[in-house]
Design a protein around this ligand. Structure first.
Ligand SMILES: NC(=O)c1ccc[n+]([C@@H]2O[C@H](COP(=O)([O-])OP(=O)(O)OC[C@H]3O[C@@H](n4cnc5c(N)ncnc54)[C@H](O)[C@@H]3O)[C@@H](O)[C@H]2O)c1
Length: 250
């Protein structure tokens, strides 16, 4: 199946490593030009350099998605390099887990702001161009945690908020040829998960509870994202696709 992504410009936030980097590689394989964006510029540069070395067209951009100014600069750079942004993947995000009674305000704000304000700033920055071209794709990376995980009130709130954002924005943008969808991954082995102090227990529990009996890989999320961003998905908008191996609740 030809996804129709050749020549499109895809901007992936938080794509210096993990799921975002795999999404960037998948778009590049499909012939898209890629903006590899991350708060960690060195990581973004490494991913972009590997893509360029493989014959793709990619640029690296440092951007903290919480900063309106940095987002504006990133989109300006993308526009200068590639003429605009056709596809935005709001992937940047992380968790800072603690029971609510012990969570402080900075832990709440960091997680909620990165996930929700990040999607707000980035979407607002790319939408005028998409609307002018009457074509666009926004894919928001949510999480299975929308069903609630203990210790993740901040993260579950933000990831479910992203689902509401997806639904509302899809209705606003449908008439412009722009679709807005979310992907909700289950447990995927990345550095984010490996950095968790209880990683091994988490991983073993996740395998035991998973109906398919194995954990997801970044490619499982990247493939679903590429499809949602493709021409083939033009009749799909406002939905959340659970890529969880059949596991929903905790
Ligand atoms: N790994 C999982 O099991 C899993 C499950 C569900 C959802 N997710 C979501 O998928 C996305 C990617 O997760 P991952 O596992 O690849 O994580 P990761 O930590 O490996 O990669 C996340 C990247 O985002 C970047 N980042 C963090 N804050 C940023 C900011 N303010 N601005 C720009 N970039 C920033 C980091 O530098 C990092 O490169 C996240 O939104 C995460 O919540 C992951």
């Amino acid at each position: 199946m030809d996804l129709g992504l050749a020549g499109k410009v895809a901007l992936v936030t938080g794509s210096g490593r993990g799921i975002g980097a795999e999404i960037a590689r998948t778009f590049a394989r499909e012939g898209a030009r890629v903006v590899v964006s991350d708060i960690d510029l060195a990581a973004a540069r490494q991913v972009a350099a590997a893509l360029n070395a493989g014959g793709a067209q990619a640029i690296a951009a440092r951007c903290d998605v919480c900063s309106k100014d940095e987002v504006a600069k990133m989109v300006a750079n993308a526009t200068e390099a590639f003429g605009g942004v056709d596809i935005l993947v709001n992937n940047a995000g992380f968790n800072k887990d603690r029971y609510l009674t012990k969570m402080d305000e900075t832990e709440w704000d960091a997680v909620v702001d990165t996930i929700l304000k990040g999607a707000f700033h980035c979407s607002r920055a790319v939408l005028p161009g998409m609307m002018a071209r009457k074509w666009g794709r926004i894919v928001n990376i949510s999480s299975r945690s929308v069903f609630g995980n203990p210790g993740q009130t901040n993260y579950s709130t933000a990831k479910l908020g992203l689902v509401g954002f997806t639904r509302a924005l899809s209705l606003e943008q449908a008439k412009f040829g722009i679709t807005v969808n979310a992907i909700a991954p289950g447990f995927v082995e990345t550095e984010l998960m490996r950095a968790n102090p209880t990683y091994e227990t988490l991983r073993d529990t996740a395998v035991a509870k998973n109906p398919v009996g194995f954990l997801g890989a970044p490619d499982d999320i990247a493939s679903a994202t590429a499809f949602m961003a493709s021409e083939r998905a033009r009749y799909i908008t406002g939905v959340t696709l659970y890529v969880t191996g059949g596991r929903f609740s905790s």
